[in-house]
Design a protein around this ligand. Structure first.
Ligand SMILES: *[C@@H]1O[C@H](CO)[C@@H](O)[C@H](O)[C@H]1NC(C)=O
Ligand SMILES: *[C@@H]1O[C@H](CO)[C@@H](O)[C@H](O)[C@H]1NC(C)=O
Ligand SMILES: *[C@@H]1O[C@H](CO)[C@@H](O)[C@H](O)[C@H]1NC(C)=O
Ligand SMILES: *[C@@H]1O[C@H](CO)[C@@H](O)[C@H](O)[C@H]1NC(C)=O
Ligand SMILES: *[C@@H]1O[C@H](CO)[C@@H](O)[C@H](O)[C@H]1NC(C)=O
Ligand SMILES: *[C@@H]1O[C@H](CO)[C@@H](O)[C@H](O)[C@H]1NC(C)=O
Ligand SMILES: *[C@@H]1O[C@H](CO)[C@@H](O)[C@H](O)[C@H]1NC(C)=O
Ligand SMILES: *[C@@H]1O[C@H](CO)[C@@H](O)[C@H](O)[C@H]1NC(C)=O
Ligand SMILES: *[C@@H]1O[C@H](CO)[C@@H](O)[C@H](O)[C@H]1NC(C)=O
Ligand SMILES: *[C@@H]1O[C@H](CO)[C@@H](O)[C@H](O)[C@H]1NC(C)=O
Ligand SMILES: *[C@@H]1O[C@H](CO)[C@@H](O)[C@H](O)[C@H]1NC(C)=O
Ligand SMILES: CC(=O)N[C@H]1CO[C@H](CO)[C@@H](O)[C@@H]1O
Length: 847
């Protein structure tokens, strides 16, 4: 039977993100024992966010009068959504107390029960009859429990400040999440003596890492958990021990000044200043050891403070320059080397990322302790304060005995010695794991310490000489067959000689490739087999274009996009040259080329993965009805402008992209835009434009001068203008589904500006664009400046960036004729559509 409501069905199916809007009002802050929740879609308040994260709330405490952040408890998963936490998170609710789904700001997790052991779909949370809260994975193994059976628990409550608690008949707390902090604190939350905030192991993994912040009897300290402990932040409060008081810290209104140490009996909790109700904050220990304060500002979560200020600058964070990396005051990383010597004992782990640290050229081996030496580093210090009782290895020893102790102990990686005042002895610190080092500027000299790194030297006597002398004896002993051997060798040489001659051409080709492999800072070369494995035999296609297809893949824990180029006529040499060019271009707003493969006829490129795909999906409403808000659109426009400004004006070689369009602009999980596909980019000399013989690019985005064939990077500025109009208007420039007079957006723009009805063009999906119509109008003026037919009148991209940053105004005297040759241009474009030059460049193509 046919559904009586086919249209309604279509509407719901095509717009999954709208479904939550019709959910029931929801404010459900408590639960009673004997309740059972299954982590599946029948949990009522499931919301999926644009970045792929999902919440399935069980408890929510919202302020019905208030549109904005509220605390909720339930299941949470981020982007990939294959692993769930039972967590407390901050979500957005509207005044009807539904969880809403704004484009900005995904849920922020401030506490979780099972960060080391995420659970799967169908996991269960059981609030048992006897008052225990138990989390079981889908296979019913117990993952976590509050262990509160039989303690007369009456209910479960999420408080307005984000505390998840089990309470009894007197409303007293039996168990509360505030007593088991993870990596975050919310306003009003206290960290007591012995409690720790433990950072993630990495930005992409919840597992507890090495960094932690804790309150000890004598103050607040941050450590790296290695043996011995290493302290990178110490805020000691004197006199606490003597007064037999214990310290605790409470997160108040955001800044360091208010984040103070109190002594329990003296300062009542009322003195704590909390942020105002309209501002929501939380504090989080990051996986790089920073303690940051996040605040909700109408447009999203901003970092408002970095609480532990370390000196000098940020060089004192243990992982700034990776293991063994030396951080200079300007934040540059380098590897340790011997003063006045050319020997190198350390090399960078990755030439392109000096902040990943250094490794020994010859690895330390415990089998050859006799070949260990100490390398003295001048003017280099270590972050860890040495004079702390819980980290020091030896005290009151001589420098020499500190060094000897290190040499005798295989796990010791360095000896750090600091003189105690007025003596010739000092503290000795012998770390078994060495983090970043700091260049000690003469003006800083905050530690009077000497630092020695353990290195492995090449043994002086090798077994090589021994074996060569014994083999010589052997040869003399079998002199009888020597003559024959020489004759045979001669014949062999002859054969080899001929062979080499015939293969010279082939060999030189191989040498050339090998040389290519050795260029430092180049993208990694992969074998076809490696990429086949990484992409699961090219099973998940992200996109397809004229030049090939793009597939999702995983290299280790890194997700990548692998572009497989099909039917390429170009030779290996040209391909490698293009890869080299692309690989040498780095900018935060450009998609990074990680690697490539050139094997037999295969040509593949490996790019960083951008999880929100290309911009066209978000502005042309093909698959989803989620409208980007104005701030996000503005951010995207700014990022594109920065990318082009870099390519045009800051790169060593001036680079024109020549195919700027939404399909070539990719978005990461935070809607940061990056420009991809420099395949069409051709180097243009700094002072003259080149005449191009073939038309390139995509219809709809081509500047008028393509017809006259005098091409400069100004064509990108025109295309940028078109893209800005598309972002603002939420439609394609050439949209054949429109009525005939509206097919071409830029022609429409020309009409509307003459009628003074520019605002008619603004995207009317959602209200947000119209709320900001002043700003939107300004950006349209900027777009019109970029769309000037006379390419000399268009602004440089650096000027565009300045305007977007509010540092300059748009030129007022603009020519509002954008399409002098309307019919001709359009028919030309249609013609082009059919005969699109396929050989323009093999590296381009939509994703
Ligand atoms: C979710 O789990 C509950 C309890 O096991 C079950 O009754 C329900 O059918 C499940 N729903 C879905 C959509 O799987
Ligand atoms: C969850 O359980 C349902 C049955 O309740 C089952 O159909 C489904 O496949 C399970 N999902 C997963 C991911 O195991
Ligand atoms: C509950 O008890 C188990 C086993 O004794 C323990 O491993 C776990 O850490 C306890 N849970 C909490 C929240 O204290
Ligand atoms: C639950 O938390 C709210 C907000 O903090 C508090 O007002 C209320 O008294 C609590 N309820 C119980 C039963 O503890
Ligand atoms: C516990 O809190 C609830 C809700 O705030 C309140 O109604 C109740 O009277 C409180 N009970 C006691 C014993 O304080
Ligand atoms: C911790 O890891 C999770 C999971 O990848 C991530 O979402 C979160 O942002 C990370 N937190 C920090 C402080 O890096
Ligand atoms: C997170 O890190 C732990 C410890 O290194 C590792 O065992 C686990 O597989 C990682 N999880 C993910 C999702 O990468
Ligand atoms: C410090 O206080 C604790 C309990 O408050 C007490 O047991 C201990 O004896 C006190 N120590 C000193 C040195 O006064
Ligand atoms: C919190 O701190 C900020 C920045 O210092 C300040 O502007 C704001 O007024 C403070 N809020 C309250 C409630 O004190
Ligand atoms: C170390 O610092 C001193 C004092 O500034 C300077 O004279 C010396 O050259 C520096 N040594 C090295 C190797 O930079
Ligand atoms: C080198 O020679 C020494 C002494 O003959 C021997 O003990 C050692 O195993 C040899 N090492 C290697 C790598 O052959
Ligand atoms: C609030 C919400 O969006 N609930 C949805 C959770 O998922 C189920 C199944 O997809 C929907 O039916 C609910 O509407």
């Amino acid at each position: 039977m046919r559904s009586p409501y086919p249209f309604l069905f279509f509407f719901l199916a095509a717009q999954p993100c709208l479904r939550f809007l019709i959910a029931q009002p929801f404010d459900y802050p408590t639960a009673a024992p004997s309740t059972f929740w299954t982590n599946n879609l029948s949990l009522k308040h499931n919301v999926t966010y644009p970045d792929g994260s999902m919440v399935r709330a069980i408890l929510l405490r919202s302020n019905p009068a208030f549109f904005g952040p509220s605390f909720a408890a339930g299941f949470f998963c981020n982007a990939a959504c294959d692993a769930f936490l039972f967590a407390v998170f901050i979500v957005y609710t509207n005044s009807g107390a539904e969880i809403t789904n704004p484009m900005i700001g995904s849920p922020q997790v401030v506490w979780s029960a099972n960060r080391d052991r995420p659970v799967r779909e169908n996991a269960t949370l059981h609030f048992t009859e006897d008052g225990n809260l138990v989390l079981r994975d889908a296979d019913s193994t117990i993952v976590w429990s509050t262990n509160t059976s039989g303690q007369s628990v009456l209910g479960l409550n999420i408080t307005a400040s984000g505390n998840l608690l089990l309470f009894d008949r007197q409303n007293a707390s039996i168990w509360q999440s505030f007593d088991h902090p993870t990596d975050s604190l919310v306003p009003g939350q206290t960290l007591r003596e012995g409690q720790r905030l433990i950072a993630n192991i990495s930005t992409t993994n919840w597992t507890r890492g090495q960094f932690y912040l804790t309150v000890l009897a004598d103050g607040l300290k941050a450590f790296v958990d290695s043996s011995p402990l290493q302290a990178y932040y110490v805020n000691e409060v004197s006199g606490l021990k003597a007064k037999n008081k214990s310290a605790y810290v409470t997160f108040t209104n955001g800044s360091l000044a208010i984040f103070t140490l109190f002594t329990k009996p003296d300062v009542p909790d009322e003195n704590i200043i909390l942020p105002s109700a309209s501002s929501v904050q939380y504090m989080r220990l990051e996986s790089d050891g920073h303690l940051k304060v996040y605040e909700w500002r109408t447009t999203g979560w901003d970092i408002v403070d970095d609480v532990m200020k370390l000196y000098p600058d940020n060089c004192a964070y243990p992982t700034v320059c990776g293991e063994y990396g030396i951080c200079s005051n300007n934040g540059q990383c380098s590897c340790p080397s011997e003063t006045n010597s050319s020997s190198n004992y350390f090399k960078q782990i990755d030439d392109r990322h000096p902040n990943l640290g250094c490794s020994s050229v010859i690895p330390l081996s415990c089998q050859s302790l006799q070949d260990h030496q100490l390398l003295a580093l001048e003017n280099v210090t270590y972050f860890s304060s040495l004079a702390l009782e819980n980290i020091i290895s030896l005290s009151s020893v001589a420098e020499e005995s500190c060094k000897q102790t290190c040499l005798k102990n295989c796990s010791c990686k360095a000896a750090i010695f600091q003189y105690e005042q007025n003596t010739s002895d000092g503290y000795c610190f012998l770390p078994s794991q060495l983090f970043s080092l700091m260049n000690n500027q003469p003006t800083v000299t905050h530690y009077n310490s000497n630092l020695y790194l353990k290195i492995q030297i090449v043994p002086r006597t090798t077994n090589k000489t021994l074996t060569s002398s014994t083999s010589r004896k052997k040869i003399m002993g079998v002199g009888a067959i020597l003559g024959f051997t020489i004759g045979a060798l001669f014949v062999l040489f002859l054969i080899v000689g001929i062979f080499v001659l015939f293969n010279r051409k082939k060999n030189s080709h191989m040498e050339e490739e090998d040389q290519f492999d050795q260029i430092p800072g180049m993208p990694t070369r992969f074998s076809f087999e490696e990429l086949k494995v990484a992409t699961g035999n090219f099973c998940k296609k992200l996109g397809e274009g004229g030049f090939g297809s793009v597939f999702e893949g995983d290299l280790g824990d890194m997700r990548v996009a692998v572009k497989r180029l099909d039917g390429i006529g170009q030779g290996k040499k040209e391909f490698l040259a293009e890869v080299e060019t692309i690989g040498s271009i780095h900018h935060i707003c450009l998609v990074r080329l990680i690697g490539f493969c050139a094997e037999r006829s295969y040509r593949l490129l490996v790019y960083e993965y951008m999880c929100n795909g290309s911009l066209d999906k978000w502005i042309f409403y093909r698959n989803q009805d989620v409208a980007l808000d104005w701030q996000t659109r503005r951010k995207i426009i700014t990022h594109i402008a920065k990318a082009l400004s870099y390519l045009h004006e800051e790169c060593r070689q001036r680079i024109a992209h020549l195919d700027i369009k939404p399909q070539n602009i990719l978005l990461d999980d935070n809607f940061n835009a990056k420009v991809s596909d420099f395949g069409l980019a051709k180097m243009i000399d700094r002072d003259q434009s080149h005449v191009m013989t073939r038309m390139r690019g995509t219809p709809g985005y081509l500047a008028p001068e393509w017809l006259t064939s005098k091409i400069t990077e100004k064509v990108d500025i025109y295309s940028f203008g078109v893209v800005v109009m598309e972002i603002v208007c939420g439609r394609k420039n050439l949209d054949y589904s429109q009525s005939e007079e509206s097919i071409h957006l830029i022609s429409l723009l020309q009409e509307k500006i003459k009628e003074d009805k520019l605002l008619d063009l603004i995207d009317n999906h959602g209200n947000d664009m119209h709320l900001h119509r002043e700003e939107v109008n300004e950006i349209m003026q900027l777009a019109m400046w970029c769309l000037q037919i006379d390419s000399n009148k268009r602004p440089f991209m650096s000027i565009v960036v300045k305007i977007l940053e509010g540092a300059m105004n748009v030129e007022t005297c603009l020519d509002y004729n954008f399409v002098t040759t309307t019919p001709m241009m359009l028919s030309n474009m249609n013609h082009l559509d059919a005969s699109r030059p396929q050989s323009a460049s093999l590296l381009s193509g939509p994703r």
